[in-house]
Write a protein that binds this ligand. Structure first.
Ligand code: MN
Length: 316
């Protein structure tokens, strides 16, 4: 069986876009959805769940309630079912770069066999969405020799949902989040891990944070022997088996000290880097460096071994 999502995957770089990679599902459902997509040209992506994927068309002007309108619907690659939830921003320069809004969703019924109708180029649909309702026909136009793409038309049937004034533009908000296109675009700018990473990098290179002065080393509080338990409420702390560490942190700088004040920053390098990313004001932190063994328990032997062999990434 050919992979119906191969084209979808080859067009996208999943290290760059947050669109789902997806897989094909076996069950036969009958969901449909419309995504408003502000890419190089604004269009509405019309998708029908069929044979475990979403058969897709880009409806250039969007669907219309007026049966006199024949809306050009360009067949596009099948999308994974997971795409039905997708709303957000595809990074610029990526395939389909731009904002995607979930504009409508619901269920559909089709006259006859869906797969065969798709091959034959005529789908008589009954839609029950939040916005689109009633009969619609998708019909394939004859292909000219020069044409690579499949051009279809999306036409409203005459029924009680048909209207002369096909103002679909009145729906300006997402059915999923109630956001406008620009709200989705603005959100996405702050949301994606990539822009977070860029912000973190900017922060780390910020001269104020780089030059913030570290607090001076101060010996840690140590447990002392006592005859009786002190009165009051009790909080228990897990006894970790590792090295006590005092970390002086300020902005993107951090140094790690042993309890007697030896500078072990180099030995604890990954921890020092992680502490620098916390972006704290001048602080002295008191903690225990451990390596988690089996079942997540701290393992002193494993810690010594990790330091000896330079496997510093294991440090916690
Ligand atoms: Mn699109």
């Amino acid at each position: 069986m050919t992979d119906r999502l191969e084209t979808y995957r080859t067009k996208r770089d999943f290290s760059q876009t947050s669109e789902p990679q997806g897989g094909r599902r076996k069950h036969k459902g009958s969901m449909f959805l419309v995504q408003k997509h502000d890419a190089s040209h604004l269009h509405y992506d019309f998708r029908l769940e069929m044979d475990g994927v979403l058969a897709s068309w880009a409806v250039v002007k969007g669907p219309s309630f007026d049966p006199k309108d024949k809306r050009l619907a360009v067949r596009t690659e099948d999308h994974p079912l997971g795409y039905a939830d997708f709303e957000g921003t595809i990074p610029k320069g990526q395939y389909g770069g731009g904002t995607v809004m979930l504009w409508d969703e619901g269920v559909y019924a089709v006259e006859g066999d869906a797969e065969r109708s798709l091959k034959e180029g005529k789908l008589k649909l009954l839609l029950n969405g939040q916005r689109l309702k009633g009969g619609f026909t998708l019909v394939r136009m004859r292909k000219k020799k020069s044409e690579k793409r499949e051009n279809w038309l999306l036409i409203k049937e005459r029924d009680r949902y048909a209207k002369d004034a096909p103002a679909i533009g009145k729906w300006k908000r997402s059915i999923k989040t109630n956001k406008t296109m620009s709200e989705i675009a603005n959100d996405a700018a702050g949301d994606t891990w990539k822009s977070n990473r860029a912000a973190r990098k900017r922060k780390l290179n910020d001269p104020v944070r780089k030059n913030m002065r570290l607090p001076r080393f101060h010996g840690p509080q140590l447990a002392t022997l006592a005859d009786d338990l002190p009165r009051g409420d009790w909080v228990f702390e897990t006894k970790f088996d590792g090295y006590r560490m005092l970390a002086a942190v300020a902005g993107s700088n951090a140094r790690c000290y042993t309890r007697s004040g030896k500078d072990w920053t180099d030995r604890f390098r990954p921890l020092a880097e992680a502490l620098g990313e916390l972006d704290l004001g001048p602080s002295l932190l008191d903690g225990e460096v451990v390596v988690a063994g089996k079942e997540g328990r701290s393992d002193f032997g494993a810690l010594q071994q990790a330091l000896k062999e330079g496997r510093k990434k294991q440090l916690r």
